[in-house]
Design a binder for this molecule. Sequence first.
Ligand code: COA
Length: 181
Amino acid sequence: MLKLVLPTSQYLDSVKEAITEYQAHTSPFDIHCVDKMIEAAKDNFATYFQDIENKRQGINLPEGHVPNTTLWLIDDEKYIGSFDIRHELNDYLLQNGGHIAYQIIPSARHQGYVKAGLKLTLDYARKNLGIKKALLTCDFKNIASYRAMTSVMREWGGEEISPSLVNGHQEHRVWINTQPK
Ligand SMILES: CC(C)(COP(=O)(O)OP(=O)(O)OC[C@H]1O[C@@H](n2cnc3c(N)ncnc32)[C@H](O)[C@@H]1OP(=O)(O)O)[C@@H](O)C(=O)NCCC(=O)NCCS
């Protein structure tokens, strides 16, 4: 069964395998929370779970950062990917990043996981964080991500707004209702 969980040591064996995969297949669109997970593996996740929990509760946030919930997508007790939810938007996230970011392990791509995981994440954002519409953004070159976000937007309702120019590249921007039609 597909589910989202808050990061827990229960899935660490599977996460360590995922890290090996991520490291072997990096992309320019890899997300911050996965980089942090890879970094955490170096000291065997000594402070990782507390750091994640602090970010969720808004404790010791770096300047300009908003509270953030990291969720793991688990299928049949195996780690499949990470979803990050920023609890609110600031000026930076409004242009680049939005509410939700995601990454799926390379061996599980092209199987519809990101769309299924995104729907679970939207549901989580509505129920736990009171977010009614979620902003998602992606680089114009990230075709898989753009297709996934627009596909869910068409199914759940929402709108695509003007792209923004961020650090010299165009960023697609899509709002998706967190309550399905
Ligand atoms: C983007 C990413 C999450 C997509 O995950 P995925 O589980 O493979 O996506 P899905 O299988 O649900 O497919 C999503 C859509 O993209 C399409 N797609 C998937 N891979 C594609 C590719 N390489 N080129 C073009 N389209 C692609 C699928 O056909 C599907 O389109 P459809 O809705 O029209 O059928 C994954 O490639 C990834 O983790 N990339 C690295 C991190 C990243 O880019 N994160 C997003 C940052 S904005």
